[in-house]
Design a protein around this ligand. Sequence first.
Ligand code: ADP
Ligand code: MG
Length: 358
Amino acid sequence: MSSKLQLAVIFGGQSSEHEVSLMSAASIIENLDREKYDIHQVGITKEGRWLLYDGPAEGLGNGRWLTESTPAFLAPDPAVHGLVALGKGGARTVHIDCIFPALHGKNGEDGSIQGLFELSGIPYVGCRVTSSAVCMDKAIAHTLLSNTDINQAHYLWFYADRYQAAPDVVLNKIQARLDPPIFVKPANAGSSVGVSKVERFEDLPAAIEKAAREDGKIIVEQGIDGQEVEVAVLGTRPGAEASCVGEIGASAQFYDYDDKYINGTSQLFIPARLEEDVAEKVRETAVRAYRLLGCTGLARVDFFVTHKERRVVLNEINTLPGFTSISMYPKLWMHGGLAYSRLLDRLIELGLEEAGNG
Ligand SMILES: Nc1ncnc2c1ncn2[C@@H]1O[C@H](COP(=O)(O)OP(=O)(O)O)[C@@H](O)[C@H]1O
Ligand SMILES: [Mg+2]
């Protein structure tokens, strides 16, 4: 048997960010050190089928992983400690030492698959079940952080079925508490899918309907007029460290899906164009939020810094942030001198370390 670490990289998934995951995973696979790891590429289709693919990483982008693969899934039984692959000759098991979930959004970033990892007994990269679920749900994360001195936009949240039962009650509450521009978002989504910026109250119902197509829970927030900045946090909860601050110069009305992945038109500024004391406040708040929400491994913590008062306002925490070589999370560490491949090594080490602590 190989002395290399048997690493499963899981990608795709039943999520609105399936395609983004394919891009993140391809970059991760290309940059993993082959001297250290035997890589097992496990794709989850949009229908939720699990496939073991052993072709080149380009196959993730062109769809070959869907056809040139065999059904395989992670066993919840810790005695297997790996995958069960269903080949022509019958079932076989594949031992796995560590899992790298290159997944985003629903089912990947929300604690669902982390629950399976826990059952399997296999160490894995990133946040555990509860912190994943808490950070994924913007209504829960906001509620938990509202008990601290971390600033957030004024917000309110509601279930879509409550809105449908009595739209006026909800609309009146929003009008009483917030002024346009208002951001309407699914509580659980990502990559700006289902997010709208509403400039007039009469446009709220359409924005709520749009968000409701993504999730049964909706959050509305006061629009913040500020710079959009992000920090990469790495480490165990007690050992968490913040990168320098990066900034997004969005080209569209806000940082939407096309801007993030299709046009590539938004500019990243590393380091962010901030005064030193403000940048320090952003970094310190990022680590505090990471610890408060119980994160481990990694997370990207996103903020606004208001134009006038230079207030630091937390927007959201992403526990499996975009991970292509041009994504903010790896770029922030590269700026700090940590190469992409070494960052991957570090994340895997942290996954193994966290399992040892468990
Ligand atoms: N309260 C807000 N004020 C100003 N802009 C916002 C606000 N909330 C979201 N945005 C804009 O919308 C984008 C997507 O919203 P975000 O909450 O980050 O959702 P996602 O999880 O989909 O990334 C942000 O990157 C930002 O450009
Ligand atoms: Mg975001």
